[in-house]
Design a protein around this ligand. Structure first.
Ligand code: FES
Length: 278
């Protein structure tokens, strides 16, 4: 596949560029690469790393703290960092890779200076996340798993952030942002663009590609629906396919019965059931 610049084509680099960004590391604990930025970082962090590992019974318990440590310095977990972590905790690079790629708290690709992660899980969706995500995508100008052309912002839709009582919510550079509204999204984006946002930018040691999708993510993917052609139509219950699904579920006798059991106590919603409750 030919990879051309975004400016020339307006096309995202795609999997080739992603593959280049995650090429295997040539880091080795036994070879010092003259003038290499990661080797210098590793030497600088080593006095911090050793006590960090020593506090755990098993070295592998330090895997995630170490990933955060390198990410705080590099803006993401680079291939060199991944290899170094594997060496430090005595695990294979595959184990480290699989751990890092599991958590949306850890970035395996270079990302924007502001990583905006909006929750798409149940409480947030019930409180309007679907509309907020569509609005945020429009205002940022990117889709799920993409970065703006200037490398300032990356956008991702993530699972429950464990702040359901303040839904809909997000994390920006892993800091919580609660009770999202269109207005608060506008204010956040304006402050980020003006360089005055209260949350500090991530370091950016490598300019990010426009997309960090991996092979299994190449189809359009947005909240509540797979294969929805318009990424700003998040699908779900309000979408035609969602309605069909909803109808299929609600129409089944066993669900109807359960709904009535619950609603028996909700006389405001089903006053005709009030008498049956006594
Ligand atoms: S559902 Fe969004 S924080 Fe839990």
């Amino acid at each position: 596949m030919t990879t051309q610049s975004d400016a020339a084509t307006g096309v995202h680099p795609g999997p080739d560029a992603v593959a280049a960004a995650i090429a295997p590391a040539d880091w080795s604990p036994y070879v010092q690469r003259a003038g290499n930025a990661f080797d210098a970082l590793y030497a600088q962090l080593l006095p911090q790393i050793e006590p960090m590992i020593a506090q755990y019974e098993q070295k592998r318990s330090a895997l995630i703290p170490l990933a955060h440590l390198f990410q705080e310095q590099e803006g993401y977990v680079s291939a060199d960092a991944l290899a170094a972590i594997a060496h430090l905790v005595g695990e294979t690079p595959a184990t480290v890779e699989s751990t890092i790629s599991f958590y949306t708290l850890l970035f395996r690709r270079p990302v924007g200076k502001y990583m905006i992660q909006i929750c798409r899980n149940l409480s947030c969706m019930l409180n309007g996340a679907e509309e907020i995500m569509a609005y945020a995508r429009e205002q940022i100008g990117v889709q799920h798993h993409e970065t703006t052309a200037d490398g300032l912002m990356s956008y991702e839709e993530v699972e429950c952030l464990a702040a359901c009582d303040r839904a809909p919510c997000a994390q920006v550079n892993l800091e919580f942002v609660y009770d999202l509204t269109r207005e608060s999204v506008d204010a956040m984006l304006a402050a980020i663009r003006a360089g005055s946002y209260e949350i500090a930018p991530l370091p950016q040691t490598v300019r990010p590609g426009r997309s960090w999708k991996v092979a299994q993510d190449t189809g359009l993917k947005s909240a509540g629906a797979l294969g929805v052609s318009n990424p700003n139509n998040a699908g779900g219950v309000g979408d035609a396919s969602g309605l069909v699904m909803f109808d299929l579920i609600v129409g089944r006798p066993q669900y109807e019965t359960r709904s009535n059991e619950r609603l028996v106590h909700e006389t405001a919603l089903r006053p005709e059931l009030a008498e049956a409750d006594h």
